[in-house]
Design a protein around this ligand. Structure first.
Ligand code: PLP
Length: 227
């Protein structure tokens, strides 16, 4: 094992890892580093760090593992999908810090990935305390979660991000997503996330869109005997 990649708040489940979990993960990684005599990197994909509900927060991973790398994006917290702007931070005491940073620069410059314009890189540095209205997102989460629950869908209440990941009433999640499409409700099959049997709903949309989707969710729930 060269690296462990975690994503919290999570896309697609909305789960947020607590301090205990990150602490135990750090301990496990250090134990395995000692056992195998190699560094094991902890990569924390934190694109949704600023979108967390119910007063929770996501701990910083650096105090729990020295060989750690944090990846962020402003696609979500500034609602700029497709803008491809964020940053990667390497733990200051990481043993291969220089090589890693050189590697990241190489990827960005040479391999043709999208580079954020220099002007915007300066602009976002002044927007670190700005974020989308999280209480609005929480209200949308509660609205959709309560309705899906009441219709009989089995779904974990998201703690962050803006997705819900209910169990598909059909074993074949692609067939169920197609069924919802008939009712003009667009969702994503869970198998694309390595979790067949589930489907992902994004709720960072207008209230009208969420309200409009309820009839389709209900029709599908009735058809497959959830309620
Ligand atoms: C968990 C996670 N990380 C990273 C990204 C990448 O964001 P972007 O390429 O828009 O900066 C996404 C986008 O959906 C995501 O869900």
């Amino acid at each position: 094992t060269k690296a462990v990649l975690i994503n919290s708040p999570n896309n697609p489940s909305g789960a947020v890892y607590g301090e205990d979990f990150i602490h135990q993960l750090g301990e496990l990684l250090r134990k395995k580093e000692a056992q195998y005599g190699v560094p094991i990197f902890l990569i924390s994909d934190e694109a949704y760090r600023k979108i967390i509900y119910d007063g929770r927060n996501y701990p910083f991973v650096w105090p729990h593992h020295q060989q750690s790398i944090v990846a962020t994006s402003h696609s979500k917290d500034l609602a700029l999908p497709g803008e491809r702007i964020g940053y990667i931070a390497v733990h200051p005491s990481c043993s291969q810090r220089e090589e890693l940073v050189d590697g990241f620069i190489h990827c960005n410059r040479i391999l043709g990935y999208v580079n954020a314009p220099a002007l915007m890189q300066h602009v976002v540095s002044h927007l670190q305390s700005v974020t989308v209205p999280v209480t609005e997102y929480q209200r949308k989460r509660d609205f959709l979660y309560n309705h899906l629950n009441e219709m009989g869908y089995s779904v974990m209440k998201p703690q962050g991000a803006f997705y819900m990941f209910p169990k598909s009433p059909l074993e074949d999640d692609v067939a169920f997503v197609r069924e919802l499409q008939q009712w003009l409700v667009l969702t994503v099959p869970g198998r694309g996330f390595g979790s067949p049997g589930y489907f992902r709903v994004s709720y960072c949309v207008d209230d009208k869109t969420l309200e409009g989707a309820l009839a389709g969710f209900r029709k599908a729930a009735q058809k497959f005997n959830l309620c």
